[in-house]
Design a protein around this ligand. Structure first.
Ligand code: FES
Ligand code: FES
Length: 169
């Protein structure tokens, strides 16, 4: 039977080892991990879900934003071991086959990206911002998306995309 990339990881055999179960983009993962590992490193380094980006690794840029049980969090500041039983959504889980999530399509429509490095975090944050009811106007969207930094300053397109999709939903 083929092993997944997660199963192929060597056992840590450290006193910090812990077993947890996560559902990531609808798929269950039984994982034994080091309790000091961040969710961001688990996603990128172990599960090869590299859509989630590491910018500052200090909670300041929002590039690593993912949804945990529907709420946006900075994956770089979150210990994976604390999330046993949680549902995680990353950028890889949004499209339905070739059909983009409406916010992904709106980012393209409004030119909400340049280099694209911040974009996965912006989109996950935008989905939660809309669900929170915090995207009623461009001003409100700008305020509640302020934890997501874009070094290319694609903010006008990002705000337009989030605010438009909020109106449509
Ligand atoms: S990488 Fe997590 S906030 Fe910057
Ligand atoms: S599009 Fe380049 S960092 Fe945002």
């Amino acid at each position: 039977m083929p092993v997944t990339s997660a199963e192929a990881q060597p056992r840590l055999n450290s006193p910090h080892e812990q077993g947890i179960t996560l559902t990531i983009n609808g798929q269950a993962h039984d994982l034994t991990l080091d309790t000091r590992q961040s969710l961001l490193d688990l996603l990128r380094e172990r599960l090869n879900l590299t859509g989630t980006k590491k910018g500052c690794n200090q909670g300041a840029c929002g590039a690593c934003t993912v949804l945990v049980n529907g709420r946006r969090i900075n994956a770089c500041l979150t210990l994976a071991a604390m999330l046993d039983g949680s549902e995680i959504t990353t950028i890889e889980g949004l499209a339905n086959g070739d059909q983009l999530h409406p916010l992904q399509a709106a980012f393209i429509e409004h030119d909400g990206l340049q280099c694209g490095y911040c974009t996965p975090g912006q989109i996950l944050s935008g989905i939660a911002c809309i669900a929170e009811g915090h995207a009623g106007s461009p001003e409100e969207t700008r305020f509640w998306m302020s934890g997501n930094i874009c070094r290319c300053a694609a903010y006008p397109g990002i705000v337009a995309a989030v605010t438009q999709v909020a109106k449509e939903m």
